[in-house]
Ligand binder design. Sequence first.
Ligand code: AMP
Length: 505
Amino acid sequence: MTNPLYDTLFGKHLGETTPFLQLADGSEVSHDAFLQLVAQYANGLKKMGVVPGVRVAVQIEKSPQGLAVYAACVQAGLVFLPLNIAYTASEVSYFIENSGARVILCDAARATTLTSIAKTTNAKLETLNADGSGSFAALAETMPTTFQTVDRDQDDLAAFLYTSGTTGRSKGAMLTQRNLLSNAEVLVKEWRFGSDDVLLHALPIFHTHGLFVATNIMLLAGGKMIFLPGFQIDDMIGLMPQATALMGVPTFYTRLLNDARFTQDLTRHMRLFVSGSAPLLAETHTQFERRTGHRILERYGMTETNMNTSNPYDGERRAGTVGFPLPGVEVRITDRDSGAVLPQGEIGEIEVRGPNVFKGYWQMPEKTAEELRQNGFFITGDLGHTDEDGYIHIVGRNKDMIISGGFNIYPKEIELLLDDAPGVLESAVIGVPHPDFGETVVGILVAERGAELDVESIKADISQTLSRFKHPKQLIILPELPRNTMGKVQKNVLRDAYKDLFKPV
Ligand code: AMP
């Protein structure tokens, strides 16, 4: 094989006239048509003077064109660098400078602001719009529909994905061909994907979930994707009867459950619902099963590692857990200070090792050395434990842990109690500075629709179960929790908003 990722995912579909993508308007893109576009893009990028190994930064709306740029980078041996479409010009300029990208592809609407960034960083900028127009599209149109695939080996870089940065500055995670391919191969088997599958794809394609997990699996399995620009409830309801699988973040599932049209009958054709990128409330899992008869399969992964663990396809999908390590992936729970492996049941750092684990952070050798051990284990920054049956439970991010009066407090323990309180839809527990304790606990509550929360009685109830140092000093009601585009609760935003609550006056 000359280019394992291209050959295994894309090249094998050359000449196939079966549909690869179905768009929101019902039109379809065959594998062959897609690959011809990919070759034109690869030729276009070559024409722009880029050579293998160069980073190509892409900030365009979700579209088949956006996906074709990913494939073209793989075919041409370039490093694909997708950027969240919500990033502002100043954020983008950090990514361009930090990555040293030589090419920027963006939609026309962003071109004016990004042109000055391109100038200062000496990158070439072309436009590519979600409707297929733009200066790069015009260049590509004149190019041949075949391209001599560039040789790569499994350790060559395929992509840079910047971490979402909810706990600090974004870092460029360097992902190799092997990282992506090994994970896709494992997941196709674990989740039983085949050529008859139709995936309802409503996730963004600048993040590992929608880009690599969803797309690479479907390419490998040879199935079709209903490729939607985003999560629109009417599209989801309208198209679900044509699909067999959905990959979503937890908010997809809560939004579906909030719609009366989402019924068992609507999901009759569905084989699998996968959830990840943020914790799925056990309550959502239960409600979903009650409504549809399906048990959501929750898995755990991250930008740096692709997917690490999954609940079983056959066997019990245990609510509130992320299941077992995937084949080929090792997971261990270690002591935060000593690094020693902890006995089953104890909470510690989740570490993972396997072919899925990235090569390191771009131009951050110290950060890489801090998080990626010499022996190959990556310290994920997530805290968790395993139960007696081996299921892994995540209790939160390391950086979200609260240290009050010298005691460690895991927010999840308190959140689970708050979530169960009458009228509470969901909660987030954070630590805020406190003059006596260093930090103290604050709980943020969101009420169920129409419910009035009795904060004092909730406080009194949970105090019965929790040791004194874990009692929230204050409970605050908000209409909703701040979330990023992947549905993750932004605790940094909450911490910032309430940092002065106990400041001495
Ligand atoms: P990202 O790199 O943006 O994909 O974020 C990865 C982080 O999301 C992980 O380190 C976890 O903190 C969180 N995460 C992903 N999947 C799950 C899950 N199923 N349950 C809880 N947290 C999750």
